[in-house]
Design a protein around this ligand. Structure first.
Ligand code: NAD
Ligand code: UDP
Ligand code: UDP
Length: 313
């Protein structure tokens, strides 16, 4: 049994991770400021004797005793991370410094939830970890993209300078149950719109692509990375290589939800990446990991979850 800190533990991925770690027999300290996360996400864990919740903003120092740290705190949806962009950069950068300082003092192994956004609007396709990316440093997405890039820099400097045990993964678009109905990312938007009979909002012409990974596969990748040999620092891409246009996603969601919603076309947000697909050779080789859940299966359980969630909203 280890004492494990999960920052952003009340969010979408964080709550699934807390649940997995409790199931694996660990003691979990969930830290969250509830910016995009909710108490409801971890409601079923509250009262468990190995689970503790602390309301705290990672931009401030945190003194606790732990064996491992999963650093997930950071809003992930463009509408939320652009709401207060200065706070987003602070969360990524000051949050990383504080968690790395904590890892240094406690000698904890530390995991960073980085992102495919470090590749920006990529000119190399699919994206391997060796690609340095094409990122606008001054646009509306930069607070997130550059914040995460700077966090990676800090992780590798603490590794080189202070010999920390770091584990950096680059997460590609992940979806599943317990996403917030107003999260704003594409999978939840399309499902919520389809179930409510509202128009499906396609940004741009819908020909841009993304690769969608089901949450259970992603959490398995997190745990394998954290438990991997000490020499493996990453960055390691985690994602599902299945690549779809947003139009294809919309059609699939409509037919699976049995919805008659119409498609409407809205302006493409600034700097929206045109294509994204992970090269997961490294994860396959070093973690023996690859995603198992095809898009249709993952969408089925996500649609089921939203049917229930919207009924009580
Ligand atoms: P989310 O928005 O559901 O979760 C983020 C959590 O962090 C929320 O609970 C939020 O309240 C918390 N948080 C935000 N700022 C904080 C702060 N200053 N102090 C403490 N808590 C704070 O998003 P998610 O999809 O669960 O993403 C989790 C992590 O994974 C993020 O770091 C995100 O960048 C990364 N990621 C996710 C995806 C994805 O597709 N889901 C893709 C790439 C990277
Ligand atoms: N820190 C923290 N918890 C700890 C240890 C450090 O939050 O248990 C924070 C502290 O605010 C510090 C930061 O982590 O500013 C970086 O710590 P480090 O030891 O690397 O640097 P220093 O303390 O020398 O600034
Ligand atoms: N998108 C869309 N309609 C929506 C939400 C998003 O067409 O209601 C598009 C968005 O422009 C982008 C893709 O879907 O091209 C994925 O967007 P998301 O916000 O989920 O993630 P990210 O852009 O960070 O990959």
């Amino acid at each position: 049994m280890k004492r494990i800190l999960v920052t952003g533990g009340a969010g979408f991925l964080g709550s699934h991770l807390c649940e997995r770690l409790i199931t694996d027999g660990h003691e979990v300290l969930c830290v969250d400021n509830f910016f995009t996360g909710t108490r409801a996400n971890i409601g079923h864990l509250q009262g468990h004797k190995r689970f503790e919740l602390l309301r705290h903003d990672v931009t401030f120092p945190l003194y606790v005793e732990v064996d491992q740290i999963y650093n997930l705190a950071c809003p992930a949806s463009p509408i939320h991370y652009q709401h207060d962009p200065v706070q987003t950069t602070k969360t990524s950068v000051h949050g990383a410094i504080n968690m790395l300082g904590l890892a240094k003092r406690t000698k904890a192994r530390i995991f960073q939830a980085s992102t495919s956004e470090v590749y920006g609007d990529p000119e190399v396709h699919p994206q391997p970890e060796s690609y340095w990316g094409k990122v606008n440093p001054i646009g509306p997405r930069s607070c997130y993209d550059e914040g995460k890039r700077c966090a990676e820099t800090l992780f590798f400097d603490y590794w080189r300078q202070h010999k920390l045990q770091i584990k950096v993964v680059r997460i590609f678009n992940t979806y599943g149950p317990s996403m917030h109905p107003s999260d704003g990312r594409v999978v939840s938007n399309f499902i919520v719109q389809a179930l409510r009979g509202e128009d499906i909002t396609i940004y741009g012409d819908g020909q841009q692509t993304r690769s969608f990974c089901y949450v259970d596969d992603m959490i398995e990748g997190f745990v394998r990375m954290m438990e991997s040999e000490a020499e493996l620092t990453g960055p390691v891409n985690l994602g599902n290589p299945g690549e779809f246009t947003m139009l294809e996603l919309a059609e699939t969601v409509l037919s699976m939800a049995g919805s008659k919603s119409k498609l409407v076309f809205l302006p493409l947000p600034t700097d929206d990446p045109k294509q994204r697909q992970p090269d997961i050779s490294l994860a396959m080789e070093r973690l023996s990991w690859s995603p198992r859940v095809p898009l249709e299966d993952g969408l089925k359980s996500t649609i089921q979850y939203f049917r229930k969630a919207l009924a009580i909203c």
